[in-house]
Ligand binder design. Structure first.
Ligand code: ADE
Ligand code: ZN
Length: 322
């Protein structure tokens, strides 16, 4: 396949997106509008300054700007607007199903859990009218304590039926999965599905902990799993999905060059890898851009691309009945 054929094939393919932080889809144009509407300050005055600030050296450098940017989200309408803008974009990319992460603990110091949930659920309902399904995954911030994660899970009890599962994100190194052992067990007892960011910057040991201590159904990123042959064998044996995010990895220095991205090695090892956008407003591309860039860099074949699109459905934690 030449690059043009590949681009057309990627654009047309039906797919799911399983690793998208709704707050990471907040484009600077909308952030600036919301800052004006809510009379709040942002660390940049215009879109040009915002884009100039999006030159990250690592995950923490990104997270500092990401948390500052989402400080403009206040009312249910604000959360609705960021979510619906992402869902429209995903719909145009032929995404049929979305598992959408959100970070309530990054919002509850300034607004209510209910504002977040009301905005996101209205957007999800609207997208159902276009034939998409949308599931919500509440992420605990791993730089905060397990006690704070428990308080968030308590807040979520009222919204149990609106949630597919819980995840774990934010600063990875120094915050191993085992720190959240008890709250993940409690989430499982509520019937929630479990996933965790692991092996993005953290070592393979964190991926083992996510599997064996938290009992996750899926690993978000998982790049560094490839360093440990026994872990690769385990992930392959149990068909554990990996939600891989190539442009995120490039922008955050997880890989220096997309030609060195582990995606092909993951597929060759029989891992259930999927391609996703993570925080598209910050990393320069939505899901189809991620497919095109990584497929070009690794010269992925038609068979490999078809496998990735199939994996995107197989790796879903639960597509709700329409
Ligand atoms: N929150 C949003 N994007 C993230 C990422 N790539 N890693 C960890 N936490 C995140
Ligand atoms: Zn992520």
């Amino acid at each position: 396949m030449n690059p043009e054929e590949r681009r057309a094939m990627i654009a047309d393919a039906s797919k799911t997106e399983l690793h998208i932080h709704v707050e990471g889809s907040l484009e600077p144009e909308l952030a600036l509008d919301l800052a004006r509407r809510n009379e709040l300050a942002l660390p940049y005055r215009n879109v040009r300054e915002a884009r100039a600030a999006y030159a990250f050296t690592d995950l923490q450098d990104f997270l500092d700007i990401y948390y500052a940017g989402m400080g403009v989200l206040y009312t249910p309408r604000d959360f609705y607007e960021v979510a619906i803008a992402y869902l429209r974009r995903a719909h145009a990319d032929h995404v049929l199903h979305v598992e959408m992460f959100f970070d309530p603990q990054a919002h509850t110091p300034r607004t209510t859990f209910d504002s977040v949930m009301r905005g996101l659920t209205v957007a999800a309902d609207e997208a159902r009218g276009w034939g998409m399904t949308v599931s919500l995954i509440l992420c605990f911030l791993r730089h905060l304590s397990e006690k704070e994660a428990f308080e968030t899970l308590e807040n979520a009890e009222r919204y149990r039926d609106e949630l597919l599962g819980v995840g774990l994100d934010s600063t990875e190194v120094g915050n191993p999965p085992e720190k959240f052992r008890n709250v993940f067990a409690a989430a499982r007892d509520m019937g929630l599905r479990l996933t965790a960011h692991a092996g993005e910057e953290g070592p393979p040991e964190y991926v083992w902990q996510a599997l064996d201590v938290l009992g996750v159904d899926r690993i978000d990123h998982g790049n560094r799993a490839i360093e440990d042959p026994a872990l690769v064998a385990r992930l392959a044996r149990d068909r554990v999905p990996l939600t891989v995010c190539p442009l995120s990895n490039l922008k955050l220095g997880v890989v220096d060059d997309l030609r060195d991205h582990p995606l092909r090695r993951m597929l060759d090892a029989g891992l259930m890898a999927t391609v996703n956008s993570d925080d598209p407003a910050y990393f320069g591309g939505y899901i189809n851009d991620n497919f095109v860039r990584v497929a070009d860099a690794l010269d992925l074949s038609l068979d490999e691309l078809e496998q990735l699109f199939r994996n995107s459905f197989l790796a879903s934690l639960g597509i709700p009945m329409p």
